[in-house]
Design a protein around this ligand. Structure first.
Ligand code: ATP
Ligand code: AMO
Length: 433
């Protein structure tokens, strides 16, 4: 809109046209106030009944909350106004009238349950503290992209409709592709590896992954955003360094560029992790978990970590940390075994004290070993020929990881439910909006 001024940018002594939503109407008798809200904040519009044109006052007072209006008038300094300024209108145009019955109250005076909020995201994101989550999420993605550039990584986009799964057969969403069975991709895993072997060498992707997870938990989505990294000539130690760099740099960026949003979310001081996250071996990790006495049954080598186990260890460690050297048998075929001990893998996870954020590892780049791995995992190597064949034409050693974008935002902001970090979450109950 031409000549529009944001509420936060008005200056006393100027004429301005503002546009936004009617946040509140306060009729005090002789004087009334409309509070207009836009992307930048709020502005008080003063209606003086005896002194202003009747039609103007009527328009202003007749409008329902959350209607969209354009207002033109003079800006005055007014210490009693919430922002120190008020606008004395010459004209008020009702651009889009809102129903008097709203499914949720964007002024936040009446709390709404999460399902109601998710059904009405348009209204929900008129609340500054909800909008703040998504502004921070955008900053997280922006900062991650910038750090990837520093890591000399090229952004790629890989297909989301695929012929095979990679992360275990049961969690696939099947679709029909011109009469053929196909799936929604669970991970860019195989494609990013193929690109690590290409002239690009170091790549990243920020995109959707689809998991037909049966369980409905506060930290799983059926469609999530994965931040993926893959680099040629790198090992798992270097991959962990890169994951740490991304986490630290996005926290730094949020601390620096999202002060207002953090304020709205109630952060007086926002802690930026310092890096050098402890790297515990899997064996140390299960020993420490067992020592907490929090689990009913002691963990033994080969066990995966349950939610309770992750939580117990997270409380014990108290910061971000890595778990390295996972048993080979519980890591996927594409993860390389350790050179000196085939029972241990180069696979790692990066943990936030609340939950797992990242999985990664060095990859098996030797063609023969890779094909053996498929067979061991009960997968038919023929189906993956499009992938394995490229390992015959000069595949360098490479390593990488995938980081859950929503989990990163959720843990950063202390959100209780991962759905709060997604505009339109997909879960067992939710396919629209
Ligand atoms: P005033 O003489 O203080 O401008 P008024 O007599 O025109 O006010 P009232 O109905 O007495 O109008 O005001 C109602 C309330 O609104 C009072 O508490 C007053 O302090 C407050 N108020 C008046 N004008 C403003 C303004 N521009 N911004 C914020 N509050 C205001
Ligand atoms: P993994 O399956 O562990 O590894 O996924 C990597 C990270 O993605 C996030 N994540 C999820 N977040 C929300 N809802 C889900 N259903 C969900 N599933 C996964 C988690 C997890 O740590 N290909 C490997 C990565 C690699 O080795 O590069 C992979 O996908 O934060």
């Amino acid at each position: 809109m031409q000549d529009r001024t944001y509420a936060a940018d008005v200056d006393a002594g100027e004429s301005a046209t503002v546009a936004g939503w009617v946040h509140e109407i306060r009729d005090l008798g002789g004087i009334a106030f409309l509070i207009l809200r836009d992307k930048s904040g709020k502005l008080q519009i003063k209606l003086e009944k005896d002194e202003m044109d009747d039609e103007l006052v009527e328009t202003g007072l007749g409008v329902h909350r959350e209607s969209v209006i354009n207002v033109t008038g003079d800006v005055k300094e007014e210490p009693r106004a919430p922002t120190g300024f008020e606008l004395v209108p010459e004209s008020i145009e009702v651009v889009a009238e809102a129903d008097p019955e709203l499914p949720l109250d964007p002024s936040g005076k009446v709390d709404a349950e999460l399902p109601t909020r998710l059904d009405n995201r348009t209204l929900d994101l008129r609340k500054p503290e909800v909008k703040a989550i998504f502004e921070i999420r955008a900053e997280v993605m922006r900062a991650a992209r910038e750090t990837f550039r520093d890591l000399n990584a090229t952004e790629i986009n890989t297909p989301k409709i695929v012929a095979t799964g990679t992360e275990g057969g049961t969690e696939l969403f099947p679709i029909t592709y011109f009469g053929e069975e196909a799936f929604m991709n669970q991970s860019p895993q195989l494609f990013k590896q193929l690109m690590a072997g290409s002239g690009l060498e170091t790549v990243f992707e920020i995109g959707p992954i689809f998991r037909a997870e049966e369980h409905n938990t506060p930290r799983h989505l059926n469609e999530a955003t994965s931040i993926d990294f893959e680099s040629a000539f790198a090992d798992h130690h270097e991959a962990m360094d890169a994951a740490e760099e991304i986490v630290v740099s996005v926290y730094e960026a949020v601390a620096e560029n999202c002060e207002e949003q953090l304020d709205l979310l109630g952060y007086d001081d926002f802690d930026v992790p310092e890096g050098d996250f402890p790297r515990l071996s899997y064996e140390e990790a299960i020993e420490r978990i067992n020592a907490t006495g929090e689990l009913d049954e002691q963990l033994v080598f080969g066990d995966d970590l349950s939610t309770e186990a992750e939580r117990a260890l997270g409380e014990d460690v108290g910061t971000f940390y890595f778990i390295t050297g996972w048993p080979s048998e519980i890591k996927p075929f594409y993860i390389k075994d350790q050179d000196d001990d085939e029972t241990l893998s180069t696979g790692f996870d990066m943990m936030h004290p609340r939950m797992e954020l990242v999985s990664g590892g060095q990859r098996e780049h030797r063609h023969e070993k890779l094909v053996e791995g498929f067979e061991q995992q009960g997968l038919d190597p023929e189906q993956f020929e499009y992938y394995t064949k490229m390992f015959k034409y000069g595949m360098p050693p490479h390593a990488g990881w995938g980081m859950g974008g929503e989990r990163l935002v959720m843990t950063m902001l202390g959100l209780e439910n991962i759905r709060e970090a997604v505009l339109f979450p997909r879960d067992r109950q939710r396919l629209s909006p």
